[in-house]
Design a protein around this ligand. Structure first.
Ligand code: HEC
Ligand code: HEC
Length: 327
């Protein structure tokens, strides 16, 4: 009797232990409570989860002895090459940045810059290969980036939550850049600037540089993402005032189209899509007619651009909000 009862008890206890062991193992395997759920907390722990998870920082960076990536700068203290962990190292790099740019950089400014515009400073011995972590496929939000920043600062630096929430001028510019890129569907404004130089600058000016065929885009972000996108996908649907296309028909039958820059008793000046300005004397002109069906802006630009380039150039334009700089 007694031995039967103890056998049953032993059996029950074994079952219980097995269940507990299975439960524990599953929690371990799935990373336990470290799994990110929705909104990130702007704390070193929140940033740690992103660094070793969604942010994919660990695929390129190790942190001291943690991690196995060797291609990119170690962000901890590591050998002779990295004598300071990144929180403290950032303060040293900030001094270099202050000298190079003539603006006052703090350690935090340096960290923000290395995430927002990694090509601004390339660590010696490495290439410009840092991922744009707020663009696809990683697509970190600004809050996730703030969490990563506080985590990086916690590596040997002073954690400065107050300044992250109430940023300096340099940091604020970079935060705006990240927000603009996120608002534009997560493009990379750095590449967007390159796309702009390749496809748009011959006709459009930003801050005094570029062609004069199309409108100045120095302040284009105020018109919003949707407007920018529509202007490129369907230019004729949305011709900006003062940039309508006109046809000048001469007595000899020649026809010149472009944007009308001058129209008075002397004659008419027309700017072609190449930027060339042609003056036609009043006496040669038979007729000047508006051509509402066409914009001088090419309507096949979206075919020329990859989807990524199109997204990137929109992100770049969403950052343009300086006062228009007409000389
Ligand atoms: C595709 C690889 C790659 C990924 C992913 C990546 N980085 Fe980098 N990172 C680099 C490279 C390469 C450099 C060095 C070149 C440079 O300075 O831009 C660098 C530089 C840095 C620096 C400056 C280091 C120093 O010594 O001054 C910081 C800080 C940094 N990365 C943080 C991060 C964080 C945080 C993430 C994740 C959110 C991340 N990186 C994701 C490749 C990567
Ligand atoms: C051959 C000249 C030309 C090129 C190249 C060109 N554009 Fe335009 N763009 C124009 C002209 C002309 C207008 C005004 C007529 C109109 O709105 O369609 C215009 C209008 C715009 C507008 C609306 C501006 C406003 O304030 O109303 C945006 C935005 C724009 N272009 C973006 C771009 C982008 C981005 C590219 C490159 C991917 C580009 N354009 C390439 C000539 C050009």
């Amino acid at each position: 009797m007694t031995s039967a009862l103890s056998k049953v008890l032993l059996f029950l206890l074994t079952c219980l232990a097995t269940y507990m062991w299975i439960g524990y193992t599953i929690t371990e395997l799935t990373g336990g409570e470290k799994i990110a759920t929705g909104k990130v907390e702007i704390t070193p722990e929140g940033g740690e989860t992103i660094f070793w998870g969604k942010g994919r920082c660990y695929t390129c960076h190790s942190l001291g002895g943690e991690g196995s990536a060797v291609r990119c700068p170690n962000l901890g203290q590591f050998g002779d090459r990295f004598e300071l962990p990144i929180g403290a190292r950032a303060v040293e790099r900030a001094k270099e940045r202050s000298e190079e740019t003539g603006r006052q950089y703090t350690g935090l400014d340096y960290l923000v810059e290395s995430l927002a515009k990694p090509d601004a400073y390339i660590v010696e011995g490495y290439k410009n290969e840092m991922a744009i972590v707020y663009a696809p496929p990683i697509s970190l939000s600004l809050d996730e980036i703030k969490a990563v920043l506080i985590y990086l600062q916690s590596q040997g630096g002073d954690m400065d939550m107050a300044t992250i929430e109430n940023p300096s001028e340099v940091t604020k510019e970079y935060f705006d850049r990240i927000l603009a890129a996120t608002a534009a569907g997560g493009g990379d404004p750095g590449n967007g600037e390159v796309v702009f130089e390749d496809y748009c600058v011959e006709c459009h000016r930003i801050a005094g540089n570029g062609g004069e065929v199309g409108p100045d885009l120095s302040n284009i972000s105020v018109k919003g993402q949707r407007f920018i996108s529509d202007s490129v996908t369907a230019p004729t649907g949305l011709i900006s005032e003062g940039f309508e296309t006109w046809d000048v028909i001469q007595h000899d039958g020649r026809r010149i189209s472009g944007i009308k820059k001058q129209d008075d008793s002397d004659g008419v000046a027309i700017m072609r899509e190449t930027g060339e300005l042609i003056s036609i004397a009043r006496s040669d002109i038979k007729e000047v007619v508006a051509d509402e069906s066409k914009s001088l802006m090419p309507d096949d630009l979206t075919e020329a651009l990859t989807i990524k380039d199109f997204q990137d150039v929109q992100a770049f334009l969403m950052m343009q909000k300086q006062e228009s700089s007409e000389e």
